[in-house]
Write a protein that binds this ligand. Structure first.
Ligand SMILES: Cc1ncc(COP(=O)(O)O)c(C=O)c1O
Length: 408
């Protein structure tokens, strides 16, 4: 007898309520059209289009050849956690003991662990919007309530201290900070972060989750670690990882650093769910941090390329009537506001009323894949990833320009 699930299978209510990832859905649709022979250019990816630097790959291969292929301790091997502690000291002026650091299968897992360790029914989690798609889903899965804090193009997609102050209630358990941001690329300059910190210091019951995964992808701007601001370290869980800065998305390695009690609680969940990341990946992670400390040229070269692409795409978008986009200082995304095109009709007769309609129009009629803003809690915009070659960016921007100017 078949045991395959049928439509009558009852799933956990929290799973049934979960939204699938819109970014992955758009990439899947783009891939399907490509398989059908369409010349789709995908600007929907959330990963660098660079290969992992050779020295890091070699360290992984060496681990395999030397038989370093067994379980490590659940928190990650001491050598890696010591290297991460040294990185915090060097880059962020933060002193962490290796016992306060937990390595996991990507930053995504670290974020999920922190949210589940701290939040439950009755708790509110403040999430500035546009937000990374997984924060609200993880929050709901933990039984807590996501509370979006909307920001606009005019705010450069940054929360003001006043808006934050107003949103905090006695039920606020966690504030999620992401700088540089996915999906906007926006980065909080030190003065603005200090003003945010001033508010957070007044509300001691609020924990802070600082997602700093784009720390190394910044353009002539200073990345400030939230935990480094006075009075916040004990309540801040800093999450970081190797995926973006070292082009290591497929290796799956991230980490968190927090007060010992919080890290230990996250480690307890990890010990029952997944255990430590791959031993091979951890060796590669040690090599990545060593490279960053001694010769970061491969990372710098990647960031330089991202910057050139950002400037090119911004210039092209600025030339399209009806598109508004702030200049982001980091990551590899732009989040233009495109709501002036809602309520229009394409020459094919297709109506465009939402960010989703606009993305499907551009994909199906102009062969460019972008991600609709509604997935990020910001329905006026769309996300464009410029982690693509200059040739692809030129082609895509020509098509976007043609597609948008045909709407009327
Ligand atoms: C803001 C943000 N945080 C966390 C992650 C997760 O990264 P990973 O799990 O690959 O380390 C991503 C990846 O897209 C991201 O954009």
């Amino acid at each position: 007898m078949s045991t395959a699930p049928t439509t009558s299978t009852r799933f956990n209510d929290r799973v049934a309520a979960m939204q699938p990832s819109a970014t992955l859905a758009m990439s899947a649709k783009a891939k399907q059209l490509r398989r059908e022979g369409r010349p789709v250019v995908a600007l929907s990816a959330g990963e660098p289009d660079f290969d992992t630097p050779a020295a890091i790959g070699e360290a992984g291969a060496k681990a395999i050849h030397e038989g370093f292929t067994h379980y490590t301790e659940n928190m990650g091997m001491l050598e890696l956690r010591e290297a991460i502690a040294a990185k915090f000291q060097r880059d962020n002026g933060l002193a962490y003991d290796p016992g306060q650091i937990l390595c996991s299968n990507g930053a995504k897992q670290s974020i999920a662990l922190a949210i589940h360790a701290l939040c439950g029914p009755g708790d509110e989690v403040l999430i500035p919007a546009p937000y990374w798609v997984s924060y609200p889903e993880m929050t709901r899965f933990a039984g807590a309530t996501p509370v979006p804090l909307p920001t606009t193009v005019d705010d450069k997609y940054r929360v003001s201290p006043e808006a934050l102050e107003e949103a905090i209630t006695e039920d606020t358990r966690l504030y999620i900070h992401c700088s540089p941001s996915n999906p906007t690329g926006s980065l909080y300059p030190r003065e603005e972060l200090e003003a945010i910190a001033e508010v957070l210091r007044r509300h001691e019951h609020v924990y802070l989750l600082s997602d700093e995964i784009y720390e190394y992808v910044v353009f002539d701007a200073e990345h400030v670690a939230l935990a480094s601001l006075p009075g916040l370290k004990e309540r801040t869980i800093t999450v970081n990882g190797f995926s973006k800065g070292f082009a290591m998305t497929g290796w799956r390695l991230g980490y968190l650093a927090a007060a010992t009690e919080i890290t230990k609680t996250c480690a307890k969940i990890q010990s029952q769910f997944t255990s430590a990341p791959s031993s091979i990946t951890q060796k590669a992670g040690v090599a990545a941090l060593e490279m960053m400390a001694t010769d970061p040229a491969p990372v710098r070269a990647m960031v330089k390329a991202f910057r050139e692409r950002r400037d090119y795409v911004l210039e092209r978008l600025a030339a399209i009537d009806g598109v508004r986009c702030p200049t982001p200082e980091g990551a590899f995304y732009l989040f233009p506001e495109v709501s002036s095109f809602y309520g229009t009709t394409a020459p094919s007769g297709r109506r465009v009323d939402t960010s989703e309609d606009l993305c499907f129009y551009l994909l199906e009629e102009h062969d460019v894949a972008l991600v609709p803003g509604h997935a990020f809690g910001a329905p006026k915009g769309i996300r464009l990833s410029y982690a693509a070659s200059m040739d692809d960016l030129r082609t895509a921007l020509d098509r976007i320009e043609t597609g948008l100017s045909a709407l009327g």
